[in-house]
Design a binder for this molecule. Structure first.
Ligand SMILES: Nc1ncnc2c1ncn2[C@@H]1O[C@H](COP(=O)(O)OP(=O)(O)OP(=O)(O)O)[C@@H](O)[C@H]1O
Length: 495
């Protein structure tokens, strides 16, 4: 190729596998190739769902240039694309055909758009279109705002605790908003909870690849396809591109509490509540159980129930929490009788206290008590006894844990020194030595919550008429100045 020749499209958009190892990587990390097998293929089973083949560099619906792969699920492939009309990056969820799940996903999201008050941390579709297959059938595509990666357990430890707890609170607030509108998510798990991502809008494709890595790809093998398509390794978003925002998505199994029918399916078993596994009806409480597993993931970096016992995760629950209700006996296929034996107790080596102590040996006894308190309230077998999302948000132990998060969060962004003789009173002046401007929004939001929801930390003891002078380095607005004053006093209180 001479300097003036344009490289072929296929090589601009990603890298073809060059050896067996890379081929193996793609097959490991991308969706199974046989999901592209068409109905006419003799090896296809009757209930086969079919994916739509896509190549990087392809423009879908005359508008979306496919640039990278984001992931795939049981019913879709998800691609990063440039919206050529609005010049911004989006996620395209290309649904399998036939797409009955998709109809539910759209119906519920329309319901969310109409009735949920705060959708700021829910991943909701912004547009939809159809792709046509060669046999005339159509496959639905939903367009979403682009988010960062979902929770990746092995890398959680590298994320500061304050960030993880902020995520836990944002998620609980999203669940509370959904529940207030009468919607049960029904599929809360690590794959559906996503970090935000710094915007890459305005970058050309090669610059995006520089930030995200070049996609590794392979032509879909073994299938005689009606159009070209590629298996592509999902993007691995570097941590420094992730933001502190935390989102909940995937409403494929969601339902309104009043819906007469319920979509078939449940979250991965380690996230599923025991009542649901025992054929009890859908409830908000099922989401609360799954939420607490996500919380445990964020807090402990592990789920609280071990699946290493004979009988799997349910034995793990019984070891940790004691026997399941006797009336559930016979409702779980291949259930073990001892799970329902009311004479047995939890195993002190595996109960909540010892799991927390084992995974978080660093925390002080007071914090440990708080964590144990909220976990044991939610990990209650009777769904009726579990606190609601709103109740948990107000729970003193939950707030105390979030309070220690506030303290860490504040000290991450602020460095203050206190000026003057202040004894039991607040200082006369507070010198703000460090203030990261891009943290303003996050800290403001965290403060707003703190002020609106009432103090979970000691009240600020400010004598009447006492004014604290805030000296700052650099330029801040009046509003920031005011907030800094409150923040600094709060920090002083927390010292
Ligand atoms: N808006 C988005 N931005 C970035 N990545 C996304 C987005 N939506 C989905 N993804 C990625 O794609 C993956 C699959 O998406 P999703 O879980 O919605 O698909 P699904 O077919 O409904 O899967 P499941 O079978 O798990 O329900 C997610 O785990 C996530 O990593």
């Amino acid at each position: 190729m001479t300097d003036t020749e344009t490289p072929p499209l296929a090589t601009i958009f990603g890298e073809f596998v060059k050896n067996e190892d890379e081929e193996y990587d793609v097959e490991e990390l991308a969706e199974p190739w046989h999901r592209y097998r068409i109905k006419e293929d003799p090896k296809t089973t009757d209930d086969q769902y079919v994916l739509y083949p896509i190549r990087l560099g392809e423009v879908l619906n005359e508008r979306y240039l496919v640039e990278h792969k984001l992931g795939f699920g049981g019913g879709s492939t998800v691609w990063m694309a440039l919206d050529l009309r609005d010049n911004k990056n989006v996620a395209l969820k290309v649904m399998m055909s036939p797409g009955e799940w998709c109809e539910n996903e759209i119906r519920i999201q329309d319901e969310i758009i109409k009735n949920v008050q705060d959708t700021s941390h829910l991943v909701i579709y912004t547009a939809a279109f159809f792709l046509l297959r060669n046999n005339g059938s159509q496959q639905r595509v939903l367009v979403y705002p682009l988010t960062g990666p979902c929770i990746d357990p092995p890398t959680l430890e590298k994320i500061p605790m304050a960030t993880r707890m902020s995520a836990a609170r944002q998620l609980l607030e999203s669940i509370a908003s959904l529940h207030q509108a009468g919607i049960i998510h029904r599929d809360l798990n690590e794959r559906n909870c996503m970090w935000g991502m710094t915007s890459l809008n305005g970058l050309i494709t090669s610059a995006k690849y520089e930030a995200l890595g070049r996609p590794l790809k392979q032509t879909i093998p073994f299938v005689d396809l009606w159009k070209q398509g590629e298996l592509v390794c999902p993007v691995k978003v570097p941590r420094d591109l992730c933001t502190e925002e935390f989102y909940l998505g995937d409403f494929g199994l969601s339902k309104k509490i009043t819906d007469p029918t319920t979509q078939h399916g449940h979250p991965p078993i380690q996230y599923c509540s025991p009542d649901r596994l025992h054929k009890q009806g859908p409830s908000f409480a099922c989401d609360m159980w799954s939420y607490m597993i996500v919380f445990s993931m964020l807090y402990l970096t592990f789920t609280p129930f071990s699946s290493g016992h004979t009988g799997g995760i349910i034995t793990g629950m019984v070891e940790c929490l004691g026997p399941l209700p006797e009336q559930w006996k016979g409702l779980y296929p291949k259930g073990i009788d001892s799970w329902y034996d009311q004479s047995r107790a939890s195993n002190p080596k595996h109960d909540l206290a010892s799991r927390i102590a084992r995974f978080r040996p660093d925390i002080d006894p007071v914090e440990r008590q708080h964590v144990q308190s909220i976990m044991s309230k939610v990990f209650t077998y009777s769904p009726e006894k579990r606190p609601s999302a709103t109740e948990l948000l107000r729970d003193p132990s939950f707030r105390a844990i979030m309070g220690s998060d506030t303290r860490q969060l504040l000290s991450m962004f602020l460095e203050v020194s206190l000026v003057g003789e202040y004894g039991n009173n607040p200082p006369l002046a507070i010198q703000v030595n460090k203030w990261l401007p891009n943290a303003t929004l996050l800290v403001l939001r965290s403060m707003q919550k703190f002020l609106h929801e009432g103090p979970c930390l000691p009240m600020i003891r400010r004598p009447p008429g006492h004014k604290v002078r805030v000296q700052t380095l650099g330029q801040v607005t009046n509003k920031q100045q005011h907030t800094l004053g409150i923040l600094a006093q709060l920090l002083w209180e927390l010292k």
